[in-house]
Design a protein around this ligand. Structure first.
Ligand SMILES: Cc1cc2nc3c(=O)[nH]c(=O)nc-3n(C[C@H](O)[C@H](O)[C@H](O)COP(=O)(O)O)c2cc1C
Length: 503
């Protein structure tokens, strides 16, 4: 497939390296603010990613990839769209391709991690385990290059000899990857060991794709100017920084670094704004604190359990409250806007949708749209409406889809409770079909109101306890018993002692 490098290019670029827990959206945005050209996300494992659902988060203005357990695995936004590289851990070409296809429209490129020496990676054949399986490397990269329309890159560690390393990179080059990041350490070497600039240099000399030099953080790169020096020493096209950027991402700033305290504050702002996982926020801030991690501030940070408590540590409680209030107001405005936008049904795939909220005050007590829909379905001799509800992770709100006569109906607006979400879906269905829904002022429809009124009258006149009435309801409405118990919304088909059938 044809790929466009867009803003990537990989020539003369300063790149934020992939870093587990560190490389989430706040750090990536901060690195871009300070001057990084390209940012890699933390490594995400293909097995987890293939199960994710892509969800547009209108409140945060992000795109989220949400796991079945509701964890946000990957969150991204338009600001980084043409500069974020999605790194995955994989040992399986098909799965890798499935993940790449899932995210490709939201990222600038896809990278495969072939350098992680940790057991959790290597025992699944991923990370640096791939380095001794070049066929697998070729299969994965070829599948990706052919299967997606975005550039594909990979990140390796060096092999025991220069020749082996160059030979592997030449094989990789043939797969059509757009660039290769070379971490100048062998898989057995630890981060404290010296980086082998000569290996990176040999690779850069022997291939024509851009080589990204990595591994210089500890002793070679301490300032912005060192980045360029590292590129010259290695002869690489670009430089990728992990630890130096984790300790202070303003290393990407051409005018010189700003203080870590200032950086931490900016980081916390992004973490709150984008609802970053608290554990990751803490981890990242602790890395920035470095030897101050045992200070009173470090200990307070360590004890924090929420982003709000983290804000307290940095004297940013007001900021936290203001941001939360802004997000809440934005959410309300969005909801109000979409409800005023249209009452017209819109087809979304096979689902008929409308922007509708269920407002309890618009209906008389005991009357709901669900009741109306159920009663109408019975009258039309249709199967009972079937509701399916999902809950989204970011705010735990609900959205229901109701199936009636083989057609699906759903409100595009999310509700605070499952019951309300079902009512909203029922309204969409009723309004689409032009069937009364029981709203105050709608007038008598013959479906539910009268019976409910009658029921109330009878209940009062015979002074029945509600338990007795409920018992009789259950006995007399056998076909809808389950529905009645579940939702407390179905109708009384026979009106207690009055004995009137309604429909
Ligand atoms: C906290 C942390 C997390 C890391 N996570 C990843 C990762 O997810 N994927 C990856 O390819 N490398 C990962 N690495 C390795 C770095 O990307 C980089 O290769 C290594 O730190 C050497 O670069 P440096 O000298 O600039 O730190 C991680 C490193 C650190 C310090």
């Amino acid at each position: 497939m044809a790929t466009s490098l867009g803003k990537l290019g990989f020539h003369g670029k300063m790149i934020l390296a992939p870093m587990v827990r560190v490389g989430t959206l706040p750090m990536r945005l901060l690195a871009l603010d300070y001057g990084a050209d390209i940012v890699y996300c933390e490594e995400l494992i293909d097995l987890k990613m293939v199960q994710c659902e892509r969800v547009v988060n209108n409140v945060l203005e992000t795109v989220d990839f949400i796991a079945p357990d509701e964890r946000v695995m990957f969150r991204t936004c338009s600001k980084e769209k043409d500069r974020v590289v999605f790194q995955m851990g994989t040992a399986d070409p098909e799965r890798a391709l499935a993940v790449a296809k899932l995210v490709e429209n939201d990222v600038a490129a896809i990278d495969v991690n072939m350098g992680c020496p940790k057991e959790y990676s290597t025992k699944g054949g991923m990370g640096s385990a791939l380095l001794s399986d070049p066929e697998k490397i070729e299969a994965i990269l070829t599948a990706l290059v052919r299967g997606i329309s975005k550039p594909v890159t990979c990140k390796i560690r060096i092999l025991p000899t220069l020749e082996e390393t160059v030979s592997l990179v030449k094989r990789i080059e043939k797969t059509g990857v757009a660039a290769i990041a070379v971490h100048g350490r062998m898989k057995e070497e630890r981060p404290r060991h010296a980086v082998h600039c000569d290996y990176i240099q040999a690779v850069a000399h022997n291939v024509s794709i851009p080589v990204i030099a990595n591994g210089g953080s500890l002793d070679l790169i301490k300032t912005y100017d060192d980045i360029e020096q590292f590129q010259e020493t290695t002869g690489a096209s670009s430089v990728m920084l992990a630890r130096a950027a984790m300790w202070n991402p303003s290393i990407f700033r051409s005018q010189g670094m700003v203080s870590v305290d200032e950086v931490m504050e900016e980081y916390v702002k992004y973490a709150v704004r984008y609802d970053n996982n608290t554990f990751n926020t803490k981890y990242c801030l602790c890395q920035m604190l470095r030897d101050r991690v045992e200070s009173p501030m470090g200990k307070q940070l360590h004890a924090a359990q929420t982003n709000e408590e983290i804000c307290e540590v940095f004297g940013m409680t007001d900021f936290f409250k203001k941001t939360m209030a802004e997000l809440e107001a934005y959410k309300k405005a969005l909801d109000a806007n979409s409800s005023s936008l249209s009452d017209q049904p819109v087809l979304d795939g096979d689902v008929i949708t409308m922007a509708i909220k269920f407002e309890r005050r618009e209906y008389p007590p005991q009357i709901t749209p669900k009741m109306y829909l159920l009663e109408w379905s019975r009258k039309e001799k249709l199967e009972q409406p079937v509701y399916e509800t999902e809950q989204r992770a970011q705010d735990r709100c609900f959205q229901s889809t109701v199936m009636v006569a083989n057609k699906k109906y759903r409100s595009t607006l999310w509700e605070k409770s499952k019951k309300f979400a079902e009512q909203a879906a029922a309204i969409v269905c009723l309004r689409t079909l032009g069937v009364p829904e029981g709203r105050i002022g709608e007038g008598y429809s013959g479906l539910v109101n009268k019976r409910k009124r009658e029921e109330k009258k009878c209940t009062t006149s015979v002074d029945e306890s509600s338990a007795d009435l409920a018992h009789r309801k259950r006995r007399l409405t056998e076909p809808s018993q389950k529905e009645e118990q579940e939702s407390n919304d179905s109708l009384v088909v026979v009106n207690g002692s009055c004995g009137q059938t309604v429909s």
